[in-house]
Design a protein around this ligand. Sequence first.
Ligand code: RIB
Length: 293
Amino acid sequence: MKAPRIVVVGSINMDMVTTVPRFPAPGETLLGNAFSTTAGGKGSNQAVAAAKAGGDVSFIGAIGDDGFGTQLRTMLAEAGVDTELLRTVNGSTGVAAITVSANAENNIVVVAGANDTVSELTEADLAAISRADVLLCQLEIPLTTVTAAVRHAHANGTIVVLNPSPVQDVPSGLIDSVDILVVNQSEAGQLSSITDRVPYLVTTLGAAGADLRGPDGTVHSDSPLVTPVDTTGAGDAFTGAFAVEWIRHRGRALRYACAAGGLATTIHGAAASSPTRAAVENLLEGPLDSDTG
Ligand code: RIB
């Protein structure tokens, strides 16, 4: 099968992660367990997840001219993501300060850095979006750029998958060009006034799996039973995998993505935790055609 062509227009961060026994109270100093730096950013995480799921993935975004940027460009290339359209700009690469608690929950603070400079799309960017099967976007770069990318994709027959995270108001000019909206339960609540405007709505339910509402009704898929250690990036693993499987085999996309998201929680890190296709197939064992959607 020809690999689905996925273009991601989005963010890339260096995640600075502390693991703690519990979250500190305001004003409290707490002794943590460990610290690490690891690749992150919702756009980059989803690009890596899509590549590991078997996609032919190109990433449009920006890194700074610092050591983090160099490391992240190398990471993307090693994950099999095409970085030709990744800009290097003067200044700092985006960073995220992440705290992961003993029960696998997280708090995240993002400083956008170079991500804020992704304010224009080049002719090469637009051509890549036109050629793609799927455009995958999130909301960690300027909204005007996301809107321009989504509208261009829609006008050229490229399927648009939007993960509106971090959640913010989504203008009509953006939502009306989206084919598939992927939200968690909290985002679904905050965006309830617009979720019925998209043809397909995917709502992730954490350990309870996910729902897919389409023109023919709603289907549900469970998540695999796993022991989570870190939920950071699990939604990104789900979304990247879903985008690829929607092109490869639409009827099993939800189940495949639930497995990918579940597996991602069993490993620390964001981009690094998304599973390979082999790992997902191994977990699901056997034909995946039972789901509809
Ligand atoms: O979705 C998880 C991601 O959110 C992290 O990797 C962090 O960088 C932020 O973008």
